[in-house]
Design a binder for this molecule. Structure first.
Ligand code: NGO
Length: 502
């Protein structure tokens, strides 16, 4: 295998005939073509001449510790056999240049060598390979690693419920784009979607509604474990959210003791926000939160529990801070890190807590102050990355309270230099939420998410000096054959030169 590696390097050296040219310089020389049709853009690409073609004897050689990723690669390339002398080699090697999630991919006319420090890195390399071809791959070397450690997508399964199979499909889309977090918005006014053994009415009653007149639904703990495992196999961390103290009508309707006046409200199927609240003065509120977060903590291997915190319009500021601070303590007592929507920055937060910005203006002094106190920030500016915003006035689905978000606008910002007074070092990453007031089916999800989720992935992964819309639009267009073969219902954004429309 070592010999093949050096052969690969030699082949590339011949191709860069102009002498010793740095990988980066080569990329610039080759322009768009050198980046290939890969989204998100790899850090460094050097292209050569020729191709490696899959043939009847092509096989995968899985080095120690790579069997799972090799199995996945075999599946996505059409059931290639695994064999020790395979031409496609997967290896774990402690190369610090690619970090914990990066990889190096060498394609020569004789084979493909993929190596990374971790299985997650190899998995990301496989996604690059999938995008480069189906049965033939142009000669190149790619050295790649992400800009931000947190790259997420959120699915609101409360406004409309989505079964496990749909969530798995969203995980697959996320994996294709090298995202590494799936945030599930599990509770809201319209429904409670996760079984909690000590509070069974949350699902027996509180899950039976959704927006409109649909039946709702919920995940049993086994369903949730199935989602977590499927995500883990794709190196994606599930971040469960229990929204509080507002957005809690489904819980209040199920358990009157959680309200301040002891009266259960009726269940709710509209789309107003900001009318419900847990009761700060009731001790039972905290027993409830301890039970719920305790069960979720046990079911969730990832480090984060999201406690919501948005739009608590009927909770007075003192009560709001009291509930958020105690909820944060409860999450921490269960060994997890809290995340919350940016309103939680008004409370006295532990510095480990992550603040998720969802505003529409870069001036958010309370978020900047939290960052100055050490809180890391996840950026979800609604007028850039909310997947439920309409593309334009003609989009049938979606909302427009944050404006229309055509694809170029989704790209037109830099997460490292976005919020005034927040340095890139304070930015943990980016996340695109998909709220589902108007979204009922997986087709709806895909239509709003694609291609904007790919744009979000680009912002989260690609280096800031790759930022170039004219380049990205070409690479988005290049995804069309793969997206079509995967049956993805993507929006044919008019700003992207899709091959089937030219
Ligand atoms: C807001 C609100 C959600 C809505 C969403 C619709 C946040 C964090 N809270 O975002 O309840 O569903 O807008 O775009």
């Amino acid at each position: 295998m070592k010999a093949r590696t050096w052969a690969a390097l030699a082949a590339l050296a011949v191709v860069s005939a102009g002498g010793i040219i740095g990988w980066r310089a080569m990329r610039e020389d080759n322009g768009e073509a050198a980046v290939g049709g890969v989204v998100p853009a790899p850090l460094e690409t050097t292209v050569g001449e020729g191709r490696f073609r899959l043939g009847p004897d092509t096989a995968i050689a899985a080095g120690p510790g790579t069997a799972d990723v090799a199995g996945y690669l075999s599946e996505v390339l059409g059931d290639l056999p695994l064999r020790e002398d395979g031409q496609i080699t997967l290896a774990l090697s402690p190369d610090p240049a690619v970090g914990d999630e990066g990889y190096q991919l060498d394609i020569t006319s004789g084979g493909i060598a993929l190596r990374a420090k971790t299985p997650a890195g190899l998995f990301h390399g496989v996604q690059t390979l999938r995008q480069l071809g189906r049965d033939a791959f142009g000669v190149r070397r790619i050295v790649d690693r992400p800009r931000f450690g947190y790259r997420g997508v959120m699915l609101d399964v409360a406004r409309h419920f989505f079964p496990v199979a749909d969530v798995k499909r969203v995980i697959d889309l996320a994996a294709l784009l090298k995202l590494n977090h799936l945030h599930l918005h599990l509770t809201d006014d319209q429904g409670w979607r996760i079984a909690v053994s000590t509070w069974p009415r949350l699902t027996a009653y509180g899950a039976g509604t959704e927006v409109g007149d649909g039946p709702g639904g919920f995940y049993s703990q086994d369903d949730y474990r199935e989602i977590v495992t499927y995500a883990q196999e794709r190196f994606i961390t599930v971040v469960p959210e229990v929204d509080l103290p507002g957005h809690t009508n489904a819980a209040l309707a199920s358990y009157p003791e959680l309200t301040c006046d002891g009266q259960a409200p009726p269940r709710y199927t509209g789309i107003e926000v900001g009318f419900s609240s847990l009761c700060a003065g009731n001790e039972v509120t905290y027993r409830f939160l301890d039970d719920v977060f305790g069960e979720l903590a046990k079911l969730t291997p990832g480090p984060y529990l999201h406690l919501g915190g948005d739009e608590a319009k009927t909770t007075n500021p003192h009560d709001y801070a009291a509930i958020v601070e105690r909820a944060e303590d409860i999450v921490r007592a269960h060994g997890k890190t809290a995340i919350g929507w940016h309103e939680i920055a008004d409370a006295d937060l532990h510095p480990s807590t992550v603040v998720q910005f969802w505003g529409v203006s870069p001036d958010a002094p309370e978020v900047a102050a939290a960052a100055a106190r050490g809180n890391r920030i996840v950026l979800s500016p609604a007028n850039r990355v909310y997947l439920d915003m309409k593309y334009d006035p003609h989009t049938a689905l979606g909302l427009s309270w944050a404006g229309y978000v055509p694809v170029p606008d989704a790209y037109d910002w830099d997460p490292g230099h976005y919020l005034s007074g927040v340095d890139e070092a304070a930015v943990l990453g980016v996340e695109a939420p998909l709220w589902t007031e108007t979204v009922r089916t997986l087709d709806d999800v895909e239509f709003l998410a694609m291609p904007r989720l790919a744009v979000l992935a680009e912002l989260g992964w690609a280096s800031a000096d790759h930022h170039d819309w004219s380049d990205l639009r070409g690479r988005l267009a290049a995804q069309q054959p793969l997206w079509t073969s995967l049956g993805i219902n993507f929006y044919r954004a008019p700003e992207v030169p899709w091959p089937d429309q030219s």
